[in-house]
Design a protein. Structure first.
Length: 434
């Protein structure tokens, strides 16, 4: 059997295992290990399996993951996210749909520190959902805003998925962070437009609240200054070239703990809980990364990605058509795969094809994160939808599905914008990192 045929068989076996609900890390490891043994023999496969865990765990670029995870955990424990929502709510009081817009804006800001979509959705649901329901908001609009806002956590820097993409694609983390900034802001604006349009045409979904006084607005602005300072120091330091991503993450984690301690917002128990949660999340991520490295090595050995690129060329497919097929594949995979698993499985296969057709790997990273976001919020099995439903079990899942559907237009529009104006993602990296 040819290497390409073995590669195709391995890819098919991987998806069968995933459909059977085998954990992503186990499926990746098993297929990568057995596939490599079929190509190079058991001795070579055992050697690769022995070296890969150490190589993955000792990669300096990936040390940013536990640090950013810890920073997000501490930010959640110290109620910085609550300050963001309160400030946004007061500033937008009097605007129809203002609570929905406040939720999206606070989610975008919290995601900018947290870097995790699931953590952002879970945190903001606890804070914003009771407020929106108390104000008489429709359950669909409320949960749709929370799910969409949560998904911003993996696009607006710092993004854990972008760090993982950088490790797989051998790209610069600061460049990827710079590339994602403007698309993240545009996507936030598109989500806000969707919320305002719904509130405008279906006013009973979003009752208007009384306007806040100038004194109340000024008082509300005092709350989020710590959060803004944390973001400016960490992400601003990366863009300015003062810190590496790992250094920025370490400073951000320390800063979050320091602000929590100075403001008496965090107890020793909460600090230990943040450390424990960070260790668990990071270990799960690294186990998946190790499995993905084995699978990626197997795919490289089969030369299947190169053959797929040649086949697309032979069929005279235009680059846009190839990208459209890849995007559709991501959306379909989002029905049964979580985001990080999707990136780890697909990037080793798709990236050589994308670059063969002349697309920039930095630009492709932003596209990948956007379609992964779609997977997190589109029915029937979007992760963010279930996170929200788990915290509000009295809300019917059908209401959550109904609420998120209008918001699905925003990332699709952004993808079209990125095809027409690729410099939306590429301009800032070019300016900062010539």
């Amino acid at each position: 059997m040819s290497p390409a045929a073995i590669g195709g068989l391995g890819a098919g076996a991987l998806f069968v295992l995933l459909f059977l609900r085998v954990p992503v890390w186990a499926a990746l490891t098993l297929v990568g290990f057995v596939g490599d043994a079929a190509l190079s023999g058991w001795t070579s496969s055992l050697a690769v399996a022995g070296l890969t865990p150490f190589d993955s765990a000792s990669t300096y670029e990936l040390s940013v993951i536990p640090l950013f995870v810890f920073m997000g955990e501490v930010a959640s424990q110290t109620r910085l996210s609550s300050d963001l929502f309160v400030a946004s709510r007061v500033m937008l009081a009097g605007l129809r749909g203002g609570l929905s817009v406040a939720t999206l804006a606070a989610s975008a800001c919290f995601g900018a520190v947290c870097g995790s979509s699931v953590a952002t959705a879970a945190t903001m649901t606890r804070i914003a959902l009771p407020e929106m329901r108390k104000a008489g908001y429709d359950d669909g609009l409320a949960t749709g805003s929370l799910a969409a806002g949560g998904s911003l956590g993996i696009l607006i820097p710092p993004s854990i998925i972008l760090v993982i993409y950088a490790a797989i694609a051998e790209q610069s983390v600061p460049k990827l962070f710079a590339a994602a900034l403007f698309p993240g802001l545009v996507l936030t604006a598109l989500y806000i437009m969707v919320a305002l349009i719904i509130a405008r045409f279906i006013p009973e979904y979003a009752p208007t609240q009384a306007r806040a006084t100038l004194k109340e607005r000024l008082a509300a602005l005092r709350g989020p200054w710590q959060f803004i300072a944390l973001f400016v120091v960490t992400i601003g330091g990366i863009y300015a070239g003062i810190f590496s991503p790992t250094e920025a993450a370490a400073i951000g984690a320390f800063g979050a703990v320091l602000l929590g301690a100075l403001g008496r917002r965090i107890t020793w128990d909460q600090l230990f809980e943040s450390i424990s949660n960070s260790v668990i999340v990071s270990c799960v991520l690294f186990i998946i990364i190790i499995g993905a490295k084995l699978f990626s090595y197997f795919m490289v050995q089969t030369q299947l990605p190169a053959m797929l690129a040649v086949a697309a060329n032979d069929f005279n497919l235009h680059g846009v058509a190839v990208m459209a097929l890849i995007i559709v594949a991501y959306i379909v995979m989002g029905c049964f795969l979580e985001g990080i698993g999707m990136v780890l499985i697909t990037v080793p296969v798709f990236l050589p094809i994308v670059t063969k057709f002349g697309y920039d790997p930095v630009w492709f990273a932003v596209i990948v994160v956007i379609v992964v976001e779609l997977g997190l919020i589109h029915p029937p099995v979007g992760m963010n939808l279930f996170i929200i439903q788990a915290q509000a079990p009295d809300i019917k899942l059908t209401s959550i599905y109904r609420g998120i559907i209008p918001f699905l237009l925003a990332p699709l529009i952004l993808i079209v914008i990125l095809f027409v104006f690729p410099d939306l993602a590429l301009w800032l990296p070019k300016v900062l990192y010539r």
